[in-house]
Design a protein around this ligand. Structure first.
Ligand code: SF4
Length: 222
């Protein structure tokens, strides 16, 4: 039985990703192996953050009680939880669920990528503006499948150039959904659109973090 450190669980809408705007059950786990400049969940990564320990069965029971089909496993970095594969496997057996794992790009997906067709990964590529670019695990770009997503959180023009380089080098738009997202309050979404026009970035989507526009950008549990 797994023992997972859960700092938050709640129902909201997916603020980003392929199911943006749809209801989802969020399970947020404690701890991260990165320290991004724009991190908006730093509190969840503090060593003394309060958490509850839940087994995979308890998490599944919570999800079923909510009667919501989309599940988002997030953090922190969810794939750092010991035995997280057991939880993903258990959830994936229920074909009424669609499980999205938000992962920071600094953990290999090789042990998780084939767990089930109803499990998708939203893989962050941390650009230089995050100060975590050196931590990216590049083998993940050979593993991702059509149902997965690569997301770039952009802070400045240099980040846009780097994102374009990674998209082109790895032919990402032929393989997966590709999103550019603005680091909230750091770069204007309009600047990203202008860059997309200038560089003819077809099959790339701008995505705004919807929850930050609906609620106070610092609010937890949404
Ligand atoms: S990977 Fe995510 S949770 Fe971890 S420091 Fe970066 S933004 Fe924060």
């Amino acid at each position: 039985m797994g023992r997972f450190k859960v700092v938050e669980k709640f129902i909201s809408i997916n603020g980003e990703g392929r199911c943006a705007g749809e209801l989802a059950a969020f399970i947020r786990f404690a701890g991260c192996n990165l320290n991004c400049s724009y991190c908006d969940t730093r509190w969840a990564n503090e060593v003394n953050v309060p958490y509850e320990i839940l087994s995979e069965e308890e998490i599944y029971a919570y999800i079923k009680e909510q009667n919501v089909n989309n599940i988002t496993l997030t953090g922190g970095e969810p794939l750092l939880q010991e035995n997280i594969g057991r939880l993903i496997k258990l959830l994936s057996k229920d074909k009424s669920l669609r499980i999205e794992v938000e992962t920071n790009g600094a953990v290999s997906l090789k042990d998780y990528i084939d767990i089930g067709d109803n499990v998708t990964f939203t893989l962050d590529y941390k650009l230089p503006g995050s100060k975590m670019n050196h931590m990216m695990v590049m083998e993940n770009y050979d593993l991702i499948r059509t149902q997965d997503t690569v997301k770039f959180v952009v802070s400045d023009q240099g980040d846009l150039d780097k994102a374009r380089e990674i998209i082109e080098e790895n032919s990402l738009t032929d393989k997966v959904a590709v999103y550019l997202s603005s680091s909230f309050g750091v770069i204007k979404p309009e600047d990203i659109v202008n860059y997309m026009i200038e560089h003819n970035l077809n099959k790339v989507k701008l995505q705004l973090q919807m929850h930050k526009y609906i609620w106070d950008p610092n609010r937890k549990g949404v």
